[in-house]
Design a protein around this ligand. Sequence first.
Ligand SMILES: [Zn+2]
Length: 140
Amino acid sequence: MTEIGCPFCNPLERIVKSNSTAQVILSDPRKIPGHTLVMPKRHVEKPWELTAEELSDIYALIFDVEQKLINGKLGDGVDVRQNYRPFMQQSKLKLDHVHFHVVPRSLEDYIYAVSEKYDTELFAELDDDEREAVTKLIED
Ligand SMILES: [Zn+2]
């Protein structure tokens, strides 16, 4: 299934690598050199609607790309991130087609310098009420 107007359903000339059900493109715009996107070929908007085969194919590509980015010296490590934000409008910076960001990282890199060094204020101790409430919500 493809979605009309979805740039990730038919990224043809942008595909760097693919397997049976997943594909890799370079993020454009990108946060840092080597910022890569891995996604299913099929238009899927909710990550929990990915099939087991798609997840397996996506992670096979993520792990391959991670190693190549590190071996190619684009980073000493890698962040892998998937955002589900249905509250945001589609734009050049937000597409509904599920995708995983693979971002090379190094100590005190550009992302750290302009953003993450300010993130320390976001962390708070987990109190017992919150631990119990969230655990109850998630556990079966
Ligand atoms: Zn799509």
